[in-house]
Ligand binder design. Structure first.
Ligand SMILES: [Zn+2]
Length: 126
């Protein structure tokens, strides 16, 4: 169980923005950002703060119960970005409204979470 207090802590720690695509809550007025399990419970992930992240609905739905994906550049199975263990700017960079991956982890996360979908890009340009 994730308590209301823990949800507030996760939200504040993330400064009210998705920890994958950085969509801010203020830019998602119709949908609350989700508190998600970085390692999904189905894979043994815990309800500890260390395994929780704030994610927008698009990132969360695409992430689902995935832990890994295929790096589009090397075709190697690669772990998804972990916002608790890794530093965002080490793996991602913005090019206008599109995000690019600086590493295998970044590229794979963008692909699995569909971060550069037309809908997401349109949301960023508004
Ligand atoms: Zn997101």
């Amino acid at each position: 169980m994730i308590s209301a207090q823990m949800r507030t802590q996760v939200r504040e720690r993330a400064q009210n923005a998705c920890e994958y695509c950085h969509l801010h809550q203020a830019d998602s007025p119709l949908a609350a950002l989700h508190v998600e399990h970085i390692i999904p419970k189905i894979h043994g992930g815990s309800d500890d703060l260390d395994n929780l992240a704030l994610a927008c609905i698009d990132c969360n739905l695409h992430k689902g119960t995935n832990l890994t994906g295929i790096d589009p550049e090397t075709n190697a199975v690669t772990e998804l970005f972990n916002p608790r263990r890794q530093v965002w700017v080490d793996h991602f960079a913005w090019h206008g409204v599109y995000l690019s991956g600086k590493t295998a982890t970044g590229r794979t996360t963008i692909r699995v979470l569909n971060i550069n979908s037309e809908d997401q890009a349109a949301l960023r340009s508004s």
